[in-house]
Structure formats: C-alpha cells, structure tokens
Design a protein around this ligand. Structure first.
Ligand SMILES: Cc1cc2nc3c(=O)[nH]c(=O)nc-3n(C[C@H](O)[C@H](O)[C@H](O)COP(=O)(O)O)c2cc1C
Ligand SMILES: [Mn+2]
Length: 492
C-alpha cells in the first residue's frame, strides 16, 4: 500500500492510465508551466505529467520533472493508497468513536493517540536511499559540484522573481520542546546555494524560527522532495499545531516511516525521499522574495523572507523532481485542499454536531470561500457555526462562509448560489467580523488582517426576525417521478 519511492507512485499512476510521459526536451523556464497549466485545466484535472528531459539554462537536467501527480480526485486517492479519500475519513471517524471525545482538543489528542496505536511511529535507520549520492556544498561551488542550478526548478509565471521550488517539504524542530514539524513552503532560488524560505507568519515553521531567533541560534532546516506522496500531502494538510506530520503520514500510508539523520545537520528526514537539501536559516537574515504567480491567481508582491543556506544536497540515484504550479483556479492544489477537508470532516463534525457537509470550492482558492450545510435546530445556529469555523486553525482565514440547509448539495456551486440568492435578506442574514487574513490575500487594506463575511442562507425559523411563513421548495412527488422514469425507459 505504501510507496517505496516517488518513482513507485509514478509507476502506479502509469499502470492506471493516469500519467503521460513527455519525451521531448522542454524548458523549465515557463514552458513546463504552460504545458502543465493546460493539463490541470482540462476536464477532471487531466493527467500527471512526467517530463523526461527538462532543460535548465540550455542544458538537460539529469532529474526528470513530475507535475500534476495529485491533481485529480482519483490520483489524490491513489497518492494516499485508497480507492477513495472518503475511506480515510471513515478510518478517522472510527478512531474518534472509540471513546467519544467531548471537545475538539480531546478529539485531536485522541486522534494523535489513535495514530500512534496504528504503528505509525517512525523508525530510525542508518542507511538511506535518499543519501545514495551526497554532495557537501562548499562556499564557492565548482562546476563539478551538484548545486541548486542543476535541479530542474521551474520558473512558473512570466513576472516571477525567479525559479521556485513549490513542493518543498520543510522539516524543522522546536528547539525548546523538540517537537517536529513539516510544512510545504515555497522556496525562491537566489543562487546556487541559497533560497528564500516562504513560511508565512501563521505557520509552524515561522513559529519555530522565532524561537531560534530569540535564542540567537542558527536554525537547522532540511528540505525533502519526493518519496511517498503521503509525505507531501501531510505537509500541506492544515493539521492542528502539535499533530506531527510524520505520524500522520505514517497513518495515511499504513506504514511507519523510516527516518535517517541528515549528513550535515541534526535533523531527521524520511529515508526514501528523492532529494534532500540540508541547510540552515540564520536569525535576522532576510531578503526580498517574489514576485510569485500565486494560488490567489495574482502575483504576490515582493516581501522580505528568511534566507535558507544549503550545506549539502543528497539524492537517490534515480531521483525524480516533483513540483506543481499554482495560479488561476482550478489547479492541482485544489485537489490537495479538497482531500484535507474531506479527511478532517469527521473532526469538524465532532465539534459541530449539526454539520452535514462542507467544501472549499476551487473558485475560492482555499481561504476565500466555504460552503457548509447544517441541520438547523435553533435560531442563529448558522452564525454559531460560522464563528466556530473562524476560530479553528487555518479556517480562520475563510473570507466568505455560506451556510445552507442539509438538503442542499454543497459540492454543487450552482445549487448553493441559488439558495444564497433565494433565501437571504442581506441586512438580516449576513454578519461581518474581524479576523486574521491569509498573508497572500491582496484585497485587505492591511496585510494579515481583514473583515470576513458570513451568509445565513438557511430557511428562517421562528425567532430569526422573519415574520412571514417560509415557503416550500418545489419538488415533484416520488410517485410521479417513478411513473415518468418508467415511461421514458419504455420509449427509449
Ligand atoms: C503547492 C502549495 C504551496 C504552498 N506554499 C506555501 C508557502 O509558500 N508558504 C506557506 O506558508 N504555506 C504554503 N502552503 C500552505 C502550507 O503548506 C499549509 O498551510 C500547511 O498546513 C502548513 O503547515 P504547518 O501548519 O505545519 O506550518 C502551500 C501549500 C501548497 C499545497
Ligand atoms: Mn504542522
């Protein structure tokens, strides 16, 4: 079930008819990006692409480039070794049901324990595929050394400030508690041995960084690429701070992860990844990062971010470079975010017993739009659910939340818009609140803070300032439907 390497996953995709190989040389400067964008925007998310001959600055790179590997429902399920993502949601629900938790914190604690019990604990090893080839980088690398310039890192959009590593799994540790974290944060290449480290202020990597800065200590950081896709998915999932991505990935792939110590820093990484960039972040050292064609569909402005210094690059002999691009939706990252929401729906339902279903439509690029359906029992319950969501982890960024009744399919945007328009009186059924905003959202007057709006598109109950009788939604009788079904079958 678990993949032995990223290449193993690509083989599985190919067997399932989910991968297209591109054998001709294609430039990593915009051309792979344009090719992949067309694929991502084709029906259902298209296929995964394997560029066998990526070109970097006029030279063929020795590492093939894989892109759009998780950009479809089917491939996202395959990445996590299941027929469907809903199987994982069911497994989590079972874990939570073992002893019903009484609140969210208890729920997460239980989830963590459950994940431990499922033999997800990592194992330490000494020999590692990801260290088959190892280069320590000198201060002034010679042309024989492998450096960042030799990796097929994409320039994604015409006005990007440079090349960006987009599926970097960034491994850090809290120097005080020893707690580990893995997050996907993009990295702009500055030169052959330095990059930016784009962990936004709300993310765990940034919090770990702050502790090192306060102590005035150099921060060891390891960046991994590839390996079992469950690693990368776990690093993007909005896990509560403290739920270890390595444990979570072990649970997802149903196999504990083998960890190996890096060659030049005291950080452990999964032994079977494709590439490892070992290095450090120096407290206080910042450089302008960007612009970058972002998941908002717009270029994000240049801002100062920490600098990551590479001290060593290690890799598998047959390493493949995984990447993605983000941009105007729908893109690959939609399917990753969508899988997260579906996997954690049981956890949300635990705190919101009225919650029936929830989705973050592609048009809202994660944080801009949330559709929730609820079984409403009492007045203002829709507002209670909105406020709850605005207080939960990365859901705090949700700019617009639309709450509908349980009989509305939240995955059908047109049905949700119909309910929104039909059932709301704007002054009565909306609320505007203050909350942190996504760092990448360009619309708020000031970065990181903004207003957020909730729409109660549910039918109004007595006690909700509606003094007329609520009308009935049109619906044909089951009897008539059955009769016409029968007639149509006959005349077909
Ligand atoms: C393709 C992709 C690129 C991402 N790039 C960034 C980034 O540059 N900076 C960032 O802070 N989060 C980025 N994220 C989101 C984080 O990976 C996500 O919020 C994750 O849950 C953070 O983990 P953490 O809570 O352990 O910090 C990206 C996600 C995806 C799918
Ligand atoms: Mn985390």
């Amino acid at each position: 079930m678990a993949y032995r390497s990223f290449g193993d996953f690509l083989d599985a995709l190919e067997h399932a008819g989910e991968l297209k190989r591109v054998a001709v040389p294609v430039d990593t400067d915009l051309l792979i990006s344009e090719w992949a964008d067309r694929e991502m925007k084709s029906p259902g998310g298209g296929k995964a692409l394997l560029f066998e001959q990526p070109v970097v600055d006029g030279k063929l790179s020795k590492f093939p480039v894989a892109i759009n590997t998780m950009g479809a429902r089917q491939r996202m399920a395959m990445a996590l070794g299941r027929e469907s993502i809903d199987e994982i949601a069911q497994e989590i629900q079972l874990l939570l049901k073992a002893k019903p938790p009484t609140d969210l914190r208890e729920g997460f604690a239980l989830l963590k324990q459950g994940i431990h019990l499922l033999h997800a604990r990592p194992k330490q090893v000494r020999e590692a595929a990801c260290q088959e080839v190892a280069y320590r980088l000198s201060e002034h690398p010679t042309s024989n050394e492998l450096t960042l310039r030799d990796l097929p890192i994409l320039k994604c959009w015409p006005k990007d400030g440079g090349r960006f590593i987009t599926l970097a799994n960034v491994h850090t540790r809290d120097p005080e508690t020893g707690a580990r974290n893995v997050g996907v944060y993009r990295m702009q290449v500055f030169d052959e041995r330095t990059t930016a480290m784009h962990w936004q202020v709300h993310k765990v990597g940034a919090r770990h960084g702050k502790v090192y800065y306060q102590r005035g200590e150099r921060m060891p950081v390891a960046v991994t690429l590839g390996g079992d896709p469950a690693y990368t998915f776990a690093a993007t999932a909005p896990l509560p701070d403290g739920l270890d991505e390595i444990l979570f990935a072990g649970f997802l792939r149903r196999k504990s992860i083998e960890l190996v110590k890096c060659k030049t820093i005291d950080v452990d990484v999964p032994a079977d990844v494709d590439l490892v960039l070992e290095g450090y972040v120096q407290p206080g050292e910042m450089q302008p990062e960007g612009p970058f064609g972002d998941h908002t569909g717009y270029y994000t402005a240049v801002e100062d971010y920490p600098v990551f210094h590479v001290t060593a690059i290690t890799h598998r002999k047959d390493a493949i470079y995984p990447t993605t691009i983000v941009g105007v939706p729908p893109m690959e990252d939609f399917y990753m975010g969508d899988a997260s929401v579906r996997i954690f729906l049981p956890v949300f339902k635990m705190n919101f017993p009225e919650l029936v279903d929830m989705t973050l439509p592609a048009e809202g690029v994660f944080h801009n739009l949330v559709f929730v359906s609820i079984r409403k029992q009492y007045p203002y319950q829709a507002f209670k659910v909105m406020h709850g969501l605005w207080g939960m982890g990365q859901m705090m960024f949700s700019k617009y939340i639309v709450v509908v009744d349980e009989d509305c399919d939240v995955h059908n945007t047109s049905e949700v818009l119909f309910r929104l328009c039909a059932n709301t009186d704007p002054a009565r059924d909306t609320t505007i609140i203050k909350n942190p905003s996504d760092s990448l959202d360009h619309a708020p007057t000031e970065q990181n803070i903004g207003s957020h709006m909730g729409f109660d598109a549910t039918r109004k109950l007595p006690g909700e300032n509606y003094h007329r009788s609520w009308p009935e939604l049109l619906k044909m009788t089951d009897e008539v439907r059955a009769l016409v079904d029968a007639l149509q079958t006959k005349t077909r």
